[in-house]
Design a protein. Structure first.
Length: 421
């Protein structure tokens, strides 16, 4: 019997337990000896990619390995489709960055297991995140083929040299990282990326294969419906212009700036801003305090972290989807809006913004020009600015899950033929 090639997806970050502080434990969870628990939600990007890959082929084994600061041992769960997600005990180690100490998670057991399996099995290693976060791991991989998948904007150490910082000695770290990257970049077989930010560095210095691949979206699920039944089901007003956003509530998403702009418009216009997503407790409280005027006037609604049927109802209830991040890879939330034929307002970052610009649709905003945001939103509320939705068929070609999954399958096929003929 021919031994299957195993795809090991390695994540650089531990589970974000702090974001789920209001939610119950996931169904897949275990108690730990210290009275805490560890769990797997199955929502991480490699989990979702794997789910779609395994719908199309059974020729690979597929695993997701993740460091976990709560784990006291290796925890493993096998989903019905055969996908295995493992949590490895990890520690936080201090790293000197200029004059500051920064935290990095590190799993000795993950490194040991990977070293063992790279000697005995047919592996393809898919690293999820910035290459610089996997320096130690790349040393031990031996001859196993490596794919690096960037999730967000590509950050290069060289560009950091040009940015302002009070931590001047950190520039030395960036110089060291820059030369390390140039030296080790070509140990990687494939690099997948979501948008063109900083990609020219790789085009000049990388001899392997670069491929633009985004996060996927199920176009058979994300579909347009009449907004009135959705509004009625959600108890939303029919006479207001509804703006909807869905994201993790972090500083990068600029939800605080969006709230401030809508607060400036609150006395003149009849609207409702709906915010879906979660963040750490303190930041959620900050956003709600910032929204006090909008909350008093019923012009804002926080609906928390929602998925699937609950989420699609809000897409179908809104007039516009809005995303105002400083930096984005996709975001997939905008692709879901495309699938539901909802007009999108977006800052000029990420793959979806590139596509909007290419096909002259939606409304693109400068990332830091909050006065422009207000002006554009006023034009929209006054019905002076018509926003064209993205053509659904074009969006489907770019983001439908079977198309995304097939691109990864093709990469794994190519590497299997090259390394394990």
């Amino acid at each position: 019997m021919v031994k299957k090639v195993k795809i090991i997806n390695i994540m650089c970050h531990p589970p974000a337990y702090e974001l789920y502080y209001k939610d119950p434990r996931p169904e897949i969870s275990w108690d730990t000896p210290d009275g805490k628990w560890v769990g797997i939600w199955g929502y991480d990007w490699p989990d979702l990619i794997g789910k779609e890959i395994l719908k199309l082929t059974d020729e690979f084994k597929y695993e997701v390995w993740q460091p976990d600061l709560r784990a006291d041992k290796i925890y493993s769960y096998t989903f019905n489709n055969g996908l295995i997600h493992k949590l490895f005990p990890a520690k936080t180690k201090k790293k000197l960055h200029g004059v500051k100490l920064v935290n990095e998670s590190y799993s000795t057991q993950m490194m040991q297991k990977l070293k063992e399996q790279s000697k005995n099995e047919k592996l393809i290693i898919n690293l999820h995140g910035d290459i610089l976060l996997f320096k130690d791991l790349l040393i031990i991989l031996g001859n196993s083929p490596v794919v690096v998948t960037y999730h967000g904007v590509i950050h290069l150490p060289f560009t950091q040299l040009l940015s302002y910082t009070k931590n001047i000695p950190s520039k030395l770290n960036h110089i060291i990282d820059h030369f390390w990257l140039k030296k080790n970049l070509n140990k990687i077989d494939y690099i997948t990326y979501q948008n063109d930010t900083n990609i020219n560095f790789f085009r000049k210095n990388y001899k392997g294969v670069l491929q633009k691949i985004t996060m996927g979206c199920d176009f058979s699920f994300w579909q347009s419906q009449n907004d009135q039944p959705a509004r009625k089901e959600l108890g939303l007003p029919e006479d207001k212009t509804i703006f909807f956003t869905a994201c993790n509530l972090t500083e990068n998403k600029q939800i605080n700036k969006l709230i401030s702009v809508f607060t400036e418009l609150s006395d003149k216009y009849n609207f409702l801003l709906i915010i879906a997503g979660h963040g750490i407790k303190e930041y959620e409280s900050y956003l709600k305090n910032l929204s006090s005027k909008l909350l008093r006037k019923n012009q804002i609604k926080f609906v928390g972290y929602i998925r699937d049927k609950n989420l699609i109802n809000y897409y179908n209830a809104c007039d516009f989807f809005i995303t105002v991040s400083k930096q984005e890879g996709g975001p997939i939330s905008a692709a879901q809006a495309f699938a539901c034929k909802v007009p999108v307002i977006s800052t000029k970052t990420g793959n979806t913004a590139e596509l909007m610009q290419q096909y002259n649709c939606g409304c693109l905003l400068d990332i830091y020009d909050h006065n422009q945001w207000r002006e554009k939103l006023e034009e929209i509320l006054q019905r002076k600015l018509e926003i064209k939705p993205m053509d659904r068929e074009i969006a489907k070609q770019h983001y439908d899950w079977p198309n995304i999954a097939q691109k990864f399958i093709d990469i794994y096929h190519e590497l299997s033929k090259k390394y394990y003929p």
